[in-house]
Design a protein around this ligand. Sequence first.
Ligand code: 2NL
Length: 342
Amino acid sequence: MLDRLKELQAEAVAEISKTMDLKQLNDLRVKYLGKKGPIQEVMKNMKDMAREGRKAAGQISNEVKSAISDQIEAKKVELEALAIAEQLANETLDVTLPGRQQFIGVSHPLQAVTNELEELFITMGYTIEEGPEVEWDHYNFELLNLPKGHPARDMQDSFYITEESLLRTHTSPVQVRVLEAAKGQGPIKIICPGKVYRRDDDDATHSHQFSQIEGLVIGADITMADLKGTLLELARKMFGEDREIRLRPSFFPFTEPSVEVDVTCSKCSGSGCNICKGTGWIEILGAGMVHPNVLEMSGFDPKAYQGFAFGIGAERIAMLKYGIEDIRNFYTNDLRFIHQFK
Ligand code: 2NL
């Protein structure tokens, strides 16, 4: 019987030393030391032995069991160390490899221009107002001194939806709605950014949808000097602190007098180049003193209140500021274009 135990021990040692994986090792533990293992089997026969012999045999069998168990433990430590070493080798990080470039979104150039202008006018005490893009003829034209039949509201130029509604052709109706809501009480200082629509054939400088930013100031003693000072701030913020502006007479149905505003060319500073076409001046927006008819129709007394208004094309400003030559670049969403304006 002792020989049989020694034999089992030798067998187990041989098998354990050969095994190379933890699962197999555990199977061997069950095989040799489990309740149905060969050692237990041998021990069952011990009950027939004499007392003295039984004691010695029990001792030996315990020694064999603990020798096998120690061997298994040692092997387990060895295999676990091997597994960790292998994992470390496989999962090595080369921290010197260059990283993958992460693309971060940027503001669309039109959004950037709008944000910059909003920021400037907020610092001057204006609030930002928005309104519907589908507008009543009443607000888009009628209350802006453009009665039915007026040449400037030609069906050719607008997207009508019904007889009385259309896609707004400017953001002025937002301002008219604010005037109306104020019920004849000033002051008012607002900026109205938004998309507007005109029936144009799209080309490098025309788009049937574009972005406008209009401003309106109403008060008891607002003059053209206030308009000029405000527009000078605007020009310097957008095109550089050393810019100058000039006002040329113009016409809009909703302002009287009306002006077109030029800024000194920031590329050649007046000496003449392709951008300013040799004149040294670039047109940036239209403006004027709010027409008394407009004030009156919206419930303001033109004897008590005056005001100025201006309209800026956001695309035009962005094109001049960033040297963009084709207005269609703003709408085709080519990321290579948009990512140039960080
Ligand atoms: C342009 C010209 C302009 C206005 C817009 C306006 C609004 C009200 C009353 C009077 Cl509620 N005027 N807006 C005034 C002058 C010019 O826009 O060429 N925009 C691109």
